[in-house]
Design a protein around this ligand. Structure first.
Ligand SMILES: *[C@@H]1O[C@H](CO)[C@@H](O)[C@H](O)[C@H]1NC(C)=O
Ligand SMILES: *[C@@H]1O[C@H](CO)[C@@H](O)[C@H](O)[C@H]1NC(C)=O
Ligand SMILES: *[C@@H]1O[C@H](CO)[C@@H](O)[C@H](O)[C@H]1NC(C)=O
Ligand SMILES: *[C@@H]1O[C@H](CO)[C@@H](O)[C@H](O)[C@H]1NC(C)=O
Ligand SMILES: *[C@@H]1O[C@H](CO)[C@@H](O)[C@H](O)[C@H]1NC(C)=O
Ligand SMILES: *[C@@H]1O[C@H](CO)[C@@H](O)[C@H](O)[C@H]1NC(C)=O
Ligand SMILES: *[C@@H]1O[C@H](CO)[C@@H](O)[C@H](O)[C@H]1NC(C)=O
Ligand SMILES: *[C@@H]1O[C@H](CO)[C@@H](O)[C@H](O)[C@H]1NC(C)=O
Length: 642
């Protein structure tokens, strides 16, 4: 039985003595069944028609019950047992306590319900005796015996790793609101998830009921966006429009369950020093005190930590998906530039920003990828050219075979299996060296050509700082001063240092033109000379480079003050070339933790790059590699596979 004692804690009540009393608005209630906390939304989803008050022996306020729909005219104790087994296997919200009431919906008016109130079952209802105002799907519900109102059951979980700024729930009219509830008495956010039994996936809604967390730089109607800055959160009202990228996921059936912490304005921040305004979410891998990387940190952490969450959305400008995917040991992608609309998403650089998704296995990753990036073409044939980037790996594995037990051995093992799967052999390539030999600058009369380290040294820093100053920083600071008596908002050290660089440029307009020119020169060369196109396999080649090599990066170290991101490395290649770059967790490396004093493990991940717009080819390849046992689902918690 469920008692309402808890409910007043989460009801928002306004009361005025002198004027007409304000309306008391319920925001739902929280209850415990056994030890498990639930959130019950205020709006009923159906009602028992012609309802006569249900008398409960103990006068309880709400009765948990299970709705079963059957095509048969008979429903017996055996059916109850078999349904219950299925429900337990497929849903974390339903539990046997919801058998306190049993509602059997059958098309037959004379259905026989051979389930008797007994030890567990206290209430038995059927569609012939107690018709509903509105049909509902199978699953756990609560009925209010006073009025017959039927409410959904949402299970409450603790945000134990501090990934979420707040939990969210749909408000019934297409927008969302902050979840006004916590799980039972824990000092963390509560996140509510609906029963999986309410949803059935289809080709029109392949994401039906999938629980998704969203980086808090994407606008969602009804919710405030923080961009990782407290003053920004405070200053602006809730958004009245959902970003089209997120709307597409909602249209596919996804349920947004929380907004996750980004590093501030999606800039690179190291845990913990740089995270001044909000605390860095906790990477669950290893000892739990490794940096979760930046900037889609909360989203990467959430997928690595919470088995009740299916996906999390982030963005990647210069590594903001790939870094967290690698550090937290999950699948995560930087897609082709322009793959989804970034309207109503906070910009870092319009030339470089992209939106990606984290998942724990390649098969479900493909489901969300195929839906989200559906403007791209599907491919079921794969490239027969594998490029092993020796500048990425720092060595040739053919002449310098990696020792077993190292990250090199893990990379080499994967690449060898990939060779077998694609029935080809790797080509070892030094990308920087290829540039020196084939750069278009040579035909422009520059011989030897400027190195990539020179050509692209400031390009990234120029593009992100100039765009963000104009599109985010200046309007925000102006609005803040206007609203707060001339006071400037607090800005974390990392974005402050970067913006200072952008502001220091003698002529930002000219600098941006130059940066775009260099980027475009590189992009055209990289797409054509390194990757190539193929009308059967989309990309002619796939290129591999290491994303994380199993080294520790403790979050309790004092670090250097933030610097401006100059320089060129292979992780910048996909950024400037606008091509997809997808991170695969492959293994883990043991280390002696200075925190726990025991052996712990950090993830090893590889990046796979292909031609622009070939994202769905890669999703499909990884799905096939998973079927072949070459890629594996990662677990949540401190280890990926062990
Ligand atoms: C619909 O959404 C708006 C905010 O977008 C909110 O103010 C309003 O109360 C909502 N209406 C209902 C019926 O939930
Ligand atoms: C939505 O919000 C924007 C920005 O605050 C505002 O300009 C616009 O008028 C609002 N639209 C509606 C329909 O309220
Ligand atoms: C790749 O080529 C560049 C430029 O020629 C050179 O400086 C670098 O040492 C090479 N890297 C490796 C791993 O051989
Ligand atoms: C990159 O640019 C910064 C800032 O202008 C400069 O200090 C640094 O020396 C440059 N590095 C290279 C390799 O050109
Ligand atoms: C563009 O590339 C040239 C080398 O060709 C380099 O000297 C210049 O600093 C680069 N400018 C920017 C803004 O990236
Ligand atoms: C800055 O560069 C732009 C583009 O070349 C030019 O139009 C403008 O006059 C320059 N401004 C200054 C102050 O030199
Ligand atoms: C692929 O492209 C080549 C060369 O452009 C063309 O000859 C061939 O017909 C194309 N194949 C397919 C299947 O479209
Ligand atoms: C951990 O420390 C022990 C004792 O110093 C050492 O033998 C072992 O190799 C270390 N393990 C790792 C993974 O570094």
């Amino acid at each position: 039985m469920v008692s309402r004692a808890f409910s007043c804690l989460i009801s928002l009540i306004s009361y005025s003595i002198l004027e007409t009393a304000a309306a008391v608005v319920s925001t739902g209630q929280t209850v415990l069944i056994g030890e498990i906390p639930y959130y019950i939304p205020p709006t009923p989803v159906s009602q028992l028609l012609g309802h006569a008050r249900i008398h409960t022996p103990d006068g309880s306020d709400l009765i948990p019950f299970t709705f079963f729909s059957t095509a048969s005219s008979k429903f017996s104790q055996n059916d109850l047992t078999s349904f219950s087994k299925d429900f337990t296997a497929s849903d974390d919200v339903w539990q046997t306590s919801f058998l306190e009431g049993v509602y059997v919906s059958s098309p037959s008016p004379k259905a026989s319900i051979d389930v008797f109130p007994g030890q567990n079952v206290k209430l038995v209802l059927g569609s012939s005796t107690a018709p509903l105002s509105k049909n509902i799907p199978n699953g756990p519900y609560f009925v209010d015996p006073e009025n017959g109102n039927i409410h959904e059951a949402w299970r409450l979980y603790d945000d134990t790793n501090g990934a979420c700024l707040y939990g969210t729930i749909p408000d019934g009219n297409g927008s969302f609101k902050q979840l006004p509830a916590r799980a039972n008495g824990d000092a963390t956010q509560g996140i509510a998830v609906p029963s999986r039994l309410y949803f059935t996936t289809s080709t029109r809604q392949p994401l039906a009921g999938k629980r998704i967390a969203v980086k808090d730089i994407f606008d969602v109607a009804g919710l405030k966006t923080s961009c990782g800055n407290r003053a920004f959160y405070d200053l602006y009202p809730a958004k009245n429009k959902t970003a089209p990228a997120i709307q597409r996921l909602i249209d596919g059936g996804a349920i947004i369950v929380c907004k996750t912490f980004p590093s501030q304005f999606a800039n690179g921040e190291s845990a913990t020093d740089d995270w001044v305004d909000y605390h860095a979410p906790y990477n669950p891998r290893g000892d739990g005190y490794q940096d979760g990387s930046s900037s889609s940190t909360g989203s990467g952490v959430a997928v690595a930590a919470y088995d009740w969450l299916d996906y999390a959305i982030g963005s990647d400008t210069g590594g903001s998906m790939r870094g967290p995917a690698a550090a937290n040991g999950v699948y995560g992608n930087r897609p082709s530039h322009g793959s989804v609309s970034l309207d109503d998403v906070m910009p870092l650089s319009t030339e470089l920003d992209t939106a990606g998704v984290f998942a724990r296995d390649a098969k479900s990753w493909k489901v969300v990828g195929d839906w989200w990036y559906k403007d791209y073409k599907q491919f079921d044939k794969f490239p027969s050219k594998i490029i092993f980037s020796i500048d990425g790996f720092g060595t040739s594995f053919l002449t310098n075979p990696p020792k077993s037990g190292t990250s090199g051995a893990i990379f080499n093992d994967f690449i060898t299996k990939l060779e077998g799967f694609l029935q080809t052999k790797r080509t070892e390539l030094n990308v920087s060296d290829l540039w020196q030999r084939t750069s278009p600058l040579i035909s422009q009369g520059q011989n030897p050509p400027a190195s990539l380290a020179t050509l692209l040294n400031t390009t990234y820093a120029d593009l992100i700082t100039l765009d963000q100053i104009a599109l985010v920083a200046d309007p925000f600071i102006t609005d803040h001063k206007a609203a707060k008596n001339g006071r400037a908002p607090f800005i974390d050290p990392a974005p402050l240092r970067r913006w200072a660089y952008g502001r220091s440029l003698a002529n930002g307009t000219q600098q941006k033109i130059d940066a775009v020119t260099n980027k475009t020169l590189y992009m055209d060369w990289y797409q054509q000379e390194v990757l190539g196109s193929n009308n059967e396999t989309c990309s002619d080649a796939i290129l591999l480079y290491p994303q994380s090599s199993g080294v520790t990066n403790y979050r309790n170290q004092y670090i250097n003050p933030p610097s401006v991101p100059f320089g060129y490395g292979l992780s910048r290649a996909s950024v400037h070339a606008e091509v997809p770059d997808m991170v695969l967790p492959l293994g883990e490396i043991p280390y002696n933790s200075t925190i726990t004093g025991t052996t712990e493990y950090v993830p090893v991940s590889i990046s796979v790059v292909a031609q622009k717009t070939c994202d769905l080819m890669l999703f499909s390849l990884f799905d096939k590699l998973a079927e072949a046992g070459i890629l594996k689902e990662v677990k949540t918690g401190s280890t990926l596979f062990l």
